[in-house]
Each structure stands twice: as structure tokens, then as C-alpha cells.
Design a protein around this ligand. Structure first.
Ligand SMILES: [Zn+2]
Length: 248
């Protein structure tokens, strides 16, 4: 009998039962726990390594969220996991205004582990959307910092919602994660939504001349655990992973 592969196990999760919300449908009341379900699975060889791409639909926000799965994650404990929110300008266009692309490229580190997971959440611009993110950038050009700009547009500093992410982890059968993040809010929100976070993998990128102020604002105003000293972060992510003994 043929071995059941990781891909077979993922494909077995596909749920074809219910009708998805139409794209663009407004979010439902946030006091009801959303349900995310797997709707498509495909192999995705990437420049970072071999993954399966898993598409989800959910009853909360009408967005098609994604998981990039490396190895067999179903039933995994202490799974190295990054929860990444979409940033078109950084992820795709290579913007230096933020560190999103660098963080996304940590897929390379995940691919070196026996198993790893990246949830790609389609909540652009900390949840305010692409157009409003550009408006916030324009305000920053006038001297506001990231937080002030979002507030000036009538949003909270961070509008991201991790309830769907928690449901995605549940749908994948992930038991507990080691979260790659410097963001204490993200860690707290995932925990609040029922995710067992059994460890944190610090990751930090060298700042550049364009994003230094942005990163300093993250550290100062949003409590991000960043070390801004010059030279403090060369190969930091790789080193921390080693320290966390995930390369055993
Ligand atoms: Zn970004």
C-alpha cells in the first residue's frame, strides 16, 4: 500500500459542503467565532523551498486566506509558524517603507525545517486596505508616524483580526505553534482566540534608511520587541532559529 503523503492528508481536509460568502461581503459580528474551511490544495514549489498552498474560505470576512505548508503539519505540536498579513507594496513591489518582504522571505527558514507553516492573511495595510494604506503613507510624508496616520484616517493603529487565523490553524489540525514574531499583540490575540502558542521565535531584519523610523515607531508605540542597535540583527533570524533548536 502506498504511503499517505503530506499532500494527500491536506487534500483530505478539503470541505466542499457549504457555500462561501461572496467576495467583498462585510465582516460579520466579531463576537461570533468564525469558521475557516479548506477549499483547495495545490503543490507550490517556490524559490524559498517546497510548499503546498492551501486556500481557505470563511464566514467572517469574504477574503480568500492562504496557508503555505511545508512538510506534514496536521496534528503538529510546536510547529514553526509565521502569521503574515498581506502587504502588496512590500511583498510584491519590494517597498522599503516596511519590513514585510523580508519577513515573508523567512519562508526560506521555514522550508529548512522538517515542517513549517506560513498563514498569509489577506488583510492589507494592518487591515485598513490598500487605498487607505497609501493615504496613510501620504500623511506620513507630511510628518505623521504610522500610528498617527492611521488614527487621522479614522482607524485604530492596527485593525488586523486574528480570529480567522485561529480557525485556519484549527482546520489544519495544528495542535500548538512556535510563533515567529516580534509583535506581542499578535501573540496575545492568537492566544485569546484559542491558539496554543508554546514558543516564540524572534525575527528581526536589519533596518534600512526608509523603514528605520517605521520600525522605531513599531518598537516605541506598538510594543514590538525589536533591537534597533546598528549591526544588532545581521543573520539574527537564522541565529535565533538555531538557538531555538529547531534545526535539530
Ligand atoms: Zn509592508
Amino acid at each position: 500500500m502506498r504511503d499517505i503523503s503530506a499532500g494527500d492528508r491536506l487534500r483530505a481536509l478539503i470541505d466542499t459542503e457549504t457555500t462561501p460568502r461572496e467576495p467583498g461581503t462585510p465582516a460579520a459580528a466579531s463576537d461570533v467565532a468564525p469558521r475557516a474551511r479548506v477549499v483547495a490544495v495545490a503543490e507550490l514549489p517556490t524559490r524559498f523551498g517546497a510548499f503546498h498552498l492551501v486556500a481557505f474560505q470563511n464566514d467572517r470576512d469574504g477574503n480568500d486566506h492562504l496557508a503555505m505548508v511545508h512538510g506534514d503539519v496536521i496534528g503538529a505540536e510546536d510547529l514553526p509558524t509565521r502569521v503574515h498579513s498581506e502587504c502588496l507594496t512590500g511583498d510584491v513591489m519590494g517597498s522599503l517603507r516596511c519590513d514585510c518582504r523580508d519577513q515573508l522571505e523567512e519562508l526560506r527558514l521555514l522550508a529548512r525545517q522538517p515542517r513549517g507553516l506560513l498563514l498569509y492573511l489577506r488583510q492589507e495595510g494592518r487591515g485598513i486596505g490598500l487605498v487607505n494604506k497609501l493615504r496613510a503613507y501620504a500623511l506620513q510624508e507630511q510628518g505623521l508616524d504610522t500610528v498617527e496616520a492611521n488614527l487621522a484616517l479614522g482607524f485604530r493603529d492596527d485593525e488586523r483580526d486574528y480570529a480567522v487565523a485561529a480557525s485556519m490553524l484549527d482546520a489544519l489540525g495544528v495542535r500548538s505553534i512556535h510563533l515567529m514574531t516580534n509583535n506581542p499583540t499578535k501573540l496575545g490575540e492568537l492566544t485569546r482566540h484559542g491558539v496554543r502558542v508554546t514558543g516564540r521565535i524572534a525575527h528581526a531584519m536589519p533596518p534600512n534608511v526608509h523603514n528605520r523610523f517605521y520600525l522605531e515607531t513599531k518598537a516605541r508605540r506598538s510594543g514590538h520587541m525589536l533591537d534597533m542597535r546598528p549591526g544588532a540583527r545581521v543573520d539574527r533570524a537564522a541565529r535565533v532559529l538555531t538557538e531555538a533548536r529547531l534545526l535539530d
